[in-house]
Unconditional design. Structure first.
Length: 234
């Protein structure tokens, strides 16, 4: 099942119209009307793409765009009443992949979304964006922030993906908990390193055939963790 298109729009009527047209084009959708709700939905299920209104009741859609772009590499189409050239250029500078001014044709929105996704698919075909381990048993797609095990896509959080990618880029290297927090998440505060244990436990439940005897995520007692998978030759 494909990830959803996240519709961030506080205009209930417009959100419903966008949802109907996207689902009519065979996209799965989820909706959010606030920044808080949008971040929660994206954390729960990393989106295929985001349709983003900039005028939201609890803050700036521009700031939300930046936060979403930090979670994963997926396209963002801004759908907004802000129509000046300066506002459009600012939207692209923030990482928007397309920009549509309200009122906009929902049919055109669907076409633009498909075009943006095609560009992403071409980019994601690069071998640099994939890492395959143990004869293709485990595959990481760093562009889409996706993991598959034995050909089946796995549902992981952005934090889980970043942790696994950090370790998988250096197979056999032992990482301390503190290193994993700093290198994978980019921030640190007192006591947070212990939460790494919970993230590793969750990852083992998802990627290991037997979490009690892990094939990939090994514990180095008294130190931290290492990734034990063998990377496949290109």
């Amino acid at each position: 099942m494909l990830p959803p298109v996240l519709i961030v729009e506080d205009d209930t009527k417009l959100a419903r119209i966008v949802k109907v047209y996207l689902e009519g084009a065979d996209f799965r959708t989820v909706q959010a009307s606030t920044i808080k709700e949008a971040l929660q939905k994206a954390e729960e299920d990393l989106p295929l793409a985001v349709i983003l209104d900039l005028g939201l009741p609890d803050g700036s859609g521009e700031e939300l765009c930046q936060s979403l772009k930090e979670m994963g590499d997926f396209p963002v189409i801004m759908l907004t009443a802000k129509s000046s050239e300066e506002e459009r250029l600012a939207g692209f500078a923030l990482g928007a992949d397309d920009y549509m001014v309200k009122p906009a044709s929902p049919r055109e929105l669907v076409c633009r979304l498909k075009a943006v996704l095609k560009r992403y698919e071409r980019s994601s075909s690069s071998a640099d964006n994939f890492a395959s381990f143990n004869d293709g048993s485990l595959i990481l797609n760093s562009l889409r922030h996706q993991i598959s095990r034995d050909g089946q896509p796995l549902s992981v959080t952005p934090t889980e993906f970043k942790l696994l990618l950090t370790m998988a880029t250096s197979p056999g290297r032992t990482f301390t908990r503190d290193e994993l927090v700093t290198r994978a998440l980019g921030y640190h505060f007192e006591g947070y390193d212990r939460s790494i244990d919970a993230h590793i436990k969750n990852l083992r439940q998802k990627i290991e055939k037997d979490p009690r005897a892990p094939e990939y995520l090994k514990t180095v007692y008294g130190v931290g963790y290492l990734f034990a998978g063998e990377r496949d030759a290109l």
